[in-house]
Design a protein around this ligand. Sequence first.
Ligand code: THU
Length: 133
Amino acid sequence: MTDLLQLARAAQANAHAPYSGFRVGAAIRLQGGETFAGCNVENASYGATICAERGAIMSAVAALGTVSVVEVVVVSEGNPPWPPCGMCRQVLSEFCVPDCPVHAVNGEGVHLTWRFDQLLPSGFTPEYLIESP
Ligand code: THU
């Protein structure tokens, strides 16, 4: 957890957030122990913004292909600290193990933790794409 927190804070410092002013960092650990980080990257066309959590996942997949995520840390200045947004939960659901701990931490050190399947119960999964006979 401590290593992911450091990675997430370093990424948070690089956030491109001139529109909202909210800097977010995220870091993930994979089954094999590898770690990846991301930050929010906003855009003047607001809808093109990418959240920190999705940035971390995209980096992991770009480096290694399909991955299995076993721990997530999100750092924000929210109070309470921000959990991943709905879109990030959906993207994480494709790669997270169900009991994956998701930690949200703010600058004051407030720390909340959920299991991933608490954050997105009954999500849309690839199983729905399997055609029934
Ligand atoms: N943001 C994230 O990076 N992750 C989330 O899960 C929630 C929101 C970013 C998007 C935007 O740049 C800023 O925070 C305010 O919504």
